[in-house]
Unconditional design. Structure first.
Length: 371
């Protein structure tokens, strides 16, 4: 008998987007235009690195939004972030296979490195991101980090630590994989340039995705490789076909070229900022002094530290009242270093109304004696 996943009325799942604002009509029109304009090209696998039009649009977008200078020749289109990481791993698998990773950090990336039999060296996190002093003592070929919005803790890596990280890479002849997974959604302070934008020594491999900014269903991510790795890339992947369907790439290229992507980002930033504020306000109103909110400057999730209760207990109590919240333990390389009372809230795919009601139910579940 098939096991069906439990469904919850109030699900604070990370990774979902608000589908009610998806520009379905415009996207359909862009796909139709791609079919009409270049039907022959859509029936072929296309260029190995990806559609040239989409790569041009991405190069312009990255310069405008992330301060990142690159040529279209450095961009590789991939079918999702894990595919991109897997490609990078193979590119760097000659010789030493060790990677320094934030702890906690992205479990998908951890799985990729584990599956390719790399040695993972955990990096401690401080209030403002990775412990760069510890990093100096780590001998690793690669460092994988999320500097613009650490996953899952949410801190933003300050400029001093970014420069220290780049210096480490330069001194050790190592590479940094910068996973810039949701930099479009920042709610406090000025936009921060990417780490790649500060890179003068060709040490940073930049990784971006359309999963949060557009839709996880299109399965499109992209890599910006340092010029120094291009010869190795062409030699290694000369016989590889492009993995993203041509029609999706052409449609995205048209969508970006006509200005719909930047309009969509602007609209969604307002939508998610409102949800973010609704969640923070509801948590403070109903739980106040009993909790601490962590990582609320950016992104589509935050963490909540609940005093005097364990994560497993909190998740279980929430389930009993029809609310699903998440245990961030799976992101940790060493469970002993996890705070035992942290709960993860994603808010991208849940409505403002359900956020309010869900938090009210959580107050009843977690603090039944609170007036």
């Amino acid at each position: 008998m098939e096991n069906k996943e439990e469904t919850f009325e109030y699900d604070f799942k990370y990774g979902d987007i608000d589908v009610s604002f998806f520009p379905l009509y415009i996207w359909k029109r862009c796909l139709t235009k791609a079919l009409i304009n270049e039907p022959e090209q859509l029936l072929n696998p296309g260029e190995g690195q990806g559609d040239i039009g989409l790569r041009k649009e991405l190069a312009n977008y990255l310069f405008q939004s992330r301060g990142l200078h690159c040529s279209v020749d450095q961009i590789v289109i991939c079918s999702g972030t894990q595919h991109a990481i897997s490609l990078i791993i193979q590119l760097l698998s000659n010789g030493d296979r060790s990677v320094a990773m934030e702890n906690p950090g992205d479990d998908g990336a951890q799985a990729d490195f584990n599956n390719h039999e790399w040695s993972i060296k955990p990096m401690r996190l401080e209030q403002d991101g990775i412990d760069t002093e510890q990093l100096q003592k780590i001998d690793a070929k690669v460092a994988y980090i999320t500097p613009s919005h650490q996953f899952p803790y949410g801190m933003v890596l300050p400029i001093q630590k970014r420069l220290a990280l780049l210096e480490w890479a330069h001194q050790n002849n190592s590479f940094i994989i910068e996973d810039d997974y949701d930099s479009e959604f920042r709610y406090q302070g000025q936009p921060i340039p990417s780490l790649k934008a500060l890179d003068t020594q060709e040490s940073v491999i930049y990784l971006g995705t359309f999963s949060k900014s557009f839709s996880p269903a299109v399965r499109v991510s992209y890599i910006v490789l340092p010029q120094s790795l291009m010869d190795v890339y062409h030699h290694m992947y000369v016989n590889y076909y492009q993995s993203v369907p041509s029609i999706i790439q052409k449609g995205l290229s048209i969508f970006m070229n006509e200005g719909h992507f930047t309009s969509h980002i602007r609209r969604m930033r307002k939508v998610y900022q409102k949800k973010h504020q609704t969640l923070v306000d509801a948590l403070n109103k109903h739980m106040g002094r009993h909790i601490e909110i962590i990582g609320q400057k950016a992104g589509l999730h935050l963490l909540v530290k609940v005093k005097n209760q364990s994560t497993k207990e909190l998740v279980l109590k929430a389930k009993k009242l029809g609310v699903r919240v998440y245990d961030p333990t799976s992101y940790c390389l060493n469970e002993r270093e996890v705070n035992p009372s942290l709960v993860m809230f994603g808010f991208g795919g849940i409505s403002d109304e359900k956020i309010e009601k869900g938090i009210l139910l959580l107050q009843k579940a977690w603090f039944p004696n609170k007036n």
